[in-house]
Design a protein around this ligand. Structure first.
Ligand code: GCU
Length: 420
């Protein structure tokens, strides 16, 4: 074949292999029908709250575990904790900082995560807390020089995937600790990479191997991936908080951004000890409806991040309409507990409208359970939050991020439910 023809053929073949361009045009979103959270898989309508709780809720939870995030192991590891340090004069005396190492199992070389806890000083009684994982290591959330630097894998290729002193406080704009402390909430965080490093290594590192059956080398098609592991880590953080004298574990607000927002929703769905669940810009696989073709798609997320979901979820690439659930049903699993979803105008990849419609789709379940649900039916105007229902929502200006504006709405929402 002449060289130039070969070149043309190659170009045509590679163009054909390109994924379809992502849709950002509202007018081009095809029609879709959502599965009804209040109809059982066999077609029986859910007639009352008891039927939701006893039949439909477990059915939906099982579908998400089997088809989307993978089952979380039922085996309970014995956690070991070690208080690394306590300082009652942190943040200019505003807070007590405590760092607790949480070992996942009795073995001396068991993996561990470090919990960083800031508690407001001078409060009467136990305090409510905001709990969320961070992206860069605990030392990135504040410039505080006493925070331990993680030894786990971090995403910085430039620094050979090692955390660095230079990153101290690098993520502090997303963690307005003083603002939160002043409102009477504790701030609790752990580094997600302590639980499962965020790259596809065939599940050799992270917590999955702790649960392998003899001879098993990777999770089965219906067993957890990284999102499942991060969600599990949040529940282990809750185990520790239940034993913290100063913290009211019945008032723990779980929050997460983006991929950690997805993990947060899955954690809140499985573990009903979390009092409030907040999804920030969680997008595809989070609050955004999968069937709505806008921004990121199932095929794309499964290709870019093959380790996030379970093996079964891969069969839904470009076949969103056949998933037996959609993300409004994940949000409904939070009910009757307060749920908050937020979006950002410039975060089209995460499909802000799809996130809102996810929240709206969960509303009928809240109503069935006698809760006010979401008080709006149209996508609210920018920075006009809907805070008064059991489902709260806002869309703010700006990009994919966590800002003081977001935190302020979360605290306003949490105050309404936790400080009555
Ligand atoms: C990617 C991914 C998103 C995810 C985001 C993040 O953009 O496609 O699904 O939410 O990373 O976690 O920042």
């Amino acid at each position: 074949m002449p060289r130039y023809l070969f070149g043309t053929l190659f170009l045509l073949l590679s163009l054909a292999a390109q994924p379809p361009a992502f849709n950002y045009d509202e007018a081009k979103v095809p029609k879709y029908t959502l599965p009804d959270p209040l109809v059982m898989a066999d077609g029986t309508p859910v007639k009352d709250a008891a039927m939701w709780t006893k039949k439909r809720r477990p059915e939906i939870l099982e579908l998400f575990a089997e088809q989307v995030y993978g089952h979380t192991p039922k085996t309970r590891l014995k956690l070991r904790t070690e208080v690394l340090e306590i300082d009652k004069t942190a943040h200019g005396g505003l807070a007590t900082r405590k760092q607790v190492r949480v070992w996942f199992g009795p073995a001396a070389d068991a993996p561990f995560m470090d919990l960083l806890i800031y508690m407001p000083n001078g409060m009467k009684g136990k305090v409510p807390a905001f709990l969320g994982l961070n992206f860069g290591g605990n030392h990135t959330i504040q410039p505080d020089t006493e925070i331990r630097v993680t030894k786990s894998w971090v995403s910085s290729k430039a620094n050979n995937f090692q955390a660095s002193e230079k990153d101290r406080g690098a993520g502090s704009s997303r963690w307005p600790v003083d603002l939160v402390l002043k409102r009477g909430y504790a701030v609790v965080t752990a580094y997600y990479g302590d639980i499962d490093p965020d790259f596809d290594d065939g599940f050799k590192n992270g917590v999955q191997p702790l649960f392998y059956k003899p001879g098993q080398t990777k999770p089965e098609a219906n067993e957890w991936g990284s999102l499942g592991a991060w969600a599990w880590g949040l529940s282990r953080a809750m185990d520790v908080l239940e034993k913290e004298k100063e913290i009211d574990s019945t008032r723990v607000v779980l929050h997460g951004h983006s991929r950690l927002g997805k993990a947060t929703l899955w954690a809140g769905a499985q573990d009903q000890r979390f009092a409030i669940v907040i999804s920030n810009d969680s997008g595809e696989g989070g609050a955004a409806l999968a069937r709505r073709k806008f921004g990121e798609t199932t095929a794309r997320i499964n290709t870019s991040f093959p380790h996030w979901f379970d093996g079964n979820f891969k069969q839904y690439n470009d076949k969103e309409d056949t998933i037996p659930v959609d993300q409004h049903m994940l949000l409904a699993l939070i009910a009757p507990r307060p749920l908050y979803v937020d979006s950002a105008v410039e975060d089209a990849w995460a499909d802000p409208r799809g996130e809102f419609l996810g929240a709206l789709g969960a509303d009928p379940v809240y109503r069935l359970l006698g809760m006010p649900g979401l008080l709006v039916t149209e996508h609210p105007a920018v920075e006009k939050p809907s805070l008064d229902g059991t489902i709260g929502y806002h869309i703010r200006n700006g990009k994919h991020d966590v800002t003081d504006y977001d935190w302020t709405q979360w605290m306003n929402f949490a105050d309404r439910h936790l400080k009555k």
